[in-house]
Ligand binder design. Structure first.
Ligand code: GRG
Length: 289
């Protein structure tokens, strides 16, 4: 993990505009949001899926940067006063607090564009048709049928109790879509996988995407701000429907373990090449921040 995190940090550093280039304030805000922290779960998943498909590292660099840039943009926008209104992210002041709201909005916009620029710039797959499909995958995962759509449902659900299927639908889009895309894109960089192999990876990705959110809800309810690096306990204060509010803490913990088992089961027919994906499923469920 540490090796990939270091590699991705260097690739992000290269991809981001230099702070001393105009418009300096915007570039500084982008770099502030992206560099130096974050677990890099989505890049780690892309690299781990890449191992299954023997994807070359240089291609994985581009995919890893693209998914992390989309993720960083979503965090900046999510923290804005018009959305989650938060002042702390990754253990430091949020971008609109450190800079200002207009800069934060533009930094998010620019990171989103940069993600597609990075993915489109290099050879991310053997076949041009696969490269176009990969751009499509990232666009779809980020838009109304993915992250932004999930966020819209989330904002509309404040104060409204959701059923478990409604909650899961929201999170499959909001958090799950980009996590799923990270696995799919990492796998697409390498040899062409058969439909059955690809289907299994996709099933794994769906399970851990959901597990990630279940654990996020548990941590929000049960961990202190200092450990999380973001304001703890906000979901309950804001009246947000979560796995904890819907299922209770104990059942939410069981659901996370259930999804971890399903994720492992999806990888059953793979050998050692999927070891890192298995480890990441464990990391996602057992993490404490
Ligand atoms: C603004 C279009 C738009 C979407 C925002 C993903 C999202 C949608 C908002 C983030 C809010 C949030 C805290 C969601 C819970 C799951 C999540 C994405 C947590 C943060 O991801 P980590 O834990 O963060 O991977 P680090 O800092 O480690 O990268």
């Amino acid at each position: 993990m540490a090796d990939v995190q270091k590699r991705v940090e260097a690739a992000l550093e290269r991809a981001l505009p230099p702070a001393e280039h105009e418009p300096q304030r915007l570039h500084r805000a982008m770099r502030y949001a992206v560099l130096g922290s974050g677990k890099r779960v989505r890049p780690l998943l892309a690299f781990a899926a890449g191992e299954v498909a023997h994807s070359p590292f240089e291609r994985l660099d581009a995919v890893a940067c693209a998914v992390e840039l989309i993720h960083a943009y979503s965090l900046i926008h999510d923290d804005l006063p018009c959305m989650d209104d938060d002042v702390l992210r990754r253990g430091k002041p949020t971008v609109h607090v450190e800079f200002d709201q207009a800069t934060a909005l533009l930094a998010g916009d620019s990171l989103q564009s940069l993600a597609f620029e990075v993915l489109a710039a290099g050879r991310s797959a053997e076949e041009p048709a696969t490269e176009i499909e990969m751009l499509h995958t990232l666009a779809r995962a980020s838009g109304t049928r993915g992250m932004a759509g999930g966020q819209a449902i989330d904002l509309a659900a404040i104060g409204i109790p959701l059923t478990l299927p409604e909650l899961e639908f929201m999170h499959i889009l909001k958090t799950g879509a980009l996590i799923r895309a990270s696995v799919v894109l990492g796998a697409r960089c390498g040899r062409t996988l058969g439909a059955s192999e690809f289907g299994k990876l996709d099933r794994y990705a769906k399970c851990i995407g959901l597990a990630f959110q279940v654990v996020d809800d548990i941590l929000d309810a049960a961990s202190p701000t200092a450990t999380l690096g973001k304001t703890a306990g906000k979901d309950a204060v804001q009246g947000k429907p979560t796995y904890v509010s819907t299922l209770g803490l104990a059942r939410a913990r069981e659901r996370a373990q259930e999804l971890r088992r399903d994720a492992h089961a999806a990888l059953e027919s793979f050998g050692a090449e999927a070891a890192r994906l298995r480890d990441l499923a464990d990391f996602i469920v057992l993490r404490e921040f």
